[in-house]
Design a binder for this molecule. Structure first.
Ligand SMILES: *Cc1c(COP(=O)(O)O)cnc(C)c1O
Length: 364
């Protein structure tokens, strides 16, 4: 027995978990600071946690999620002033990427994505029998994201992904650039704007464009600013013209009961989100100012830093209790990505990294 040919597929390599690392180092997980997966250092909204505990007793876990899905959809639609049918609720934004692949890709269709960039776009394309091409962001240009860069590379692909703020660099597209790309591609090309880090940006969401362009869809998630990464809940906002495709491609009840209820509570807990955004904005500035390495302006809840040898620096930093992301898998073996922690965690991380950096440079 064999699977189909999966030789072009590569597994997603996540940042390592705190328990794993603690076990390897013989440390208590509480002694470690994990800044490798862009999670919310303040945890989830206490209101969302309370709802999850309560839901296990009241609604119970034995019923399919129905009312909770409808309620969350309506709340998100209200938040963005779109119709309910334009909201595609999914297990994480990754789930939305899959549904868009399912709805749009025919076998051997091609998607266009940034390099460096987020691994899941091409993975999803391959799962759906498609392939991927890249537009290359230039380190020398500060990983600038421009319409020209995308359109010069564009060659009729079915889906073009724009990540803004961009992971792992933190750079952004301007509104003007996004509109230039949307207007500059062929009629059959869908532009997917990934706003997984949208809350941390100062720019308005591209959801405002969805009603003016039939070829723009926007991704959002509860995994980052809303602190619900463990529950897997996100969504796409899509144009009305083809919004009804959701019912034809969605896995039944893919967005689970606890996730829907928690997301609804989190959406209404403005204090928690505001605090999360405020801390991240402080932390990214603090890292930019105090890290003894070249860094880039970031609109997300993380900062990319050029440390020379990422594997060594991330390894030594981990031995000292601070887990950061080695960006070798992003094609940047000289860079690390450091997520914004709480104020105390961020200060400790910067101190630790600066010690590691001076130690490493003294040895070379
Ligand atoms: C984290 C992330 C996502 C989505 O993550 P989910 O947990 O699946 O919602 C999407 N795009 C980018 C660029 C990300 O960094």
């Amino acid at each position: 027995m064999q699977t189909r040919d999966l030789s072009s597929h590569s597994p997603y390599v996540p940042g390592r978990g705190i328990e794993e690392v603690a076990r390897d180092l013989g440390l208590d997980p509480d002694e470690l600071i994990k800044l490798s997966s862009n999670e919310n250092p303040h945890g989830s909204s206490p209101k969302a946690s309370a709802v999850v505990i309560d839901a296990t007793e009241t609604t119970g876990l034995h019923v399919y999620p129905k009312a909770s899905h409808t309620d969350l959809t309506t709340a998100i639609a209200g938040r963005w002033d779109v119709a309910d049918e334009q909201v595609w609720l999914t297990p994480g934004a990754d789930g939305a990427i899959d549904l868009l692949s399912r709805a749009f890709l025919e076998p051997s269709d091609v998607i266009l994505e940034s390099d460096p960039g987020f691994a899941y776009y091409s993975m999803s394309a391959r799962y759906h029998h498609g392939t991927a091409r890249t537009y290359d962001l230039s380190k020398a240009d500060g990983f600038a994201q421009t319409a020209e860069l995308v359109l010069d590379t564009y060659d009729g692909e079915r889906i073009v992904y724009l990540t803004t703020p961009h992971n792992p660099t933190g750079s952004e597209f301007s509104r003007e650039a996004i509109e230039t790309v949307a207007a500059g591609v062929d009629e059959h090309t869908l532009i997917v704007i990934d706003e997984a880090y949208g809350e941390y940006s100062e720019r308005p969401s591209s959801i405002e464009l969805v009603d003016s362009y039939e070829n723009i869809a926007v991704l959002r998630t509860f995994s980052k600013a809303y602190g619900l990464a463990g529950l897997r809940i996100g969504y796409a906002i899509v144009p009305s013209a083809w919004a009804d495709a959701y019912a034809r491609v969605n896995t039944p009840f893919a967005a689970n009961e606890l996730a829907c209820q928690a997301a609804l509570a989190a959406l209404e807990d403005h204090a928690h989100v505001d605090r999360s955004i405020e801390t991240a904005r402080w932390a990214r500035e603090y890292m930019r100012e105090n890290l003894d390495a070249k860094t880039w302006d970031s609109a997300g809840n993380f900062v990319l830093a050029d440390v020379g040898d990422a594997e060594t620096v991330a390894g030594r930093s981990q031995e000292r209790g601070v887990i950061i992301r080695d960006c070798t898998s992003f094609g940047l073996p000289e860079c690390v990505r450091i997520s914004c922690g709480t104020e105390a965690e961020t200060r400790t991380a910067v101190d630790t990294l600066n010690k590691v950096l001076s130690e490493v440079s003294a040895q070379s």
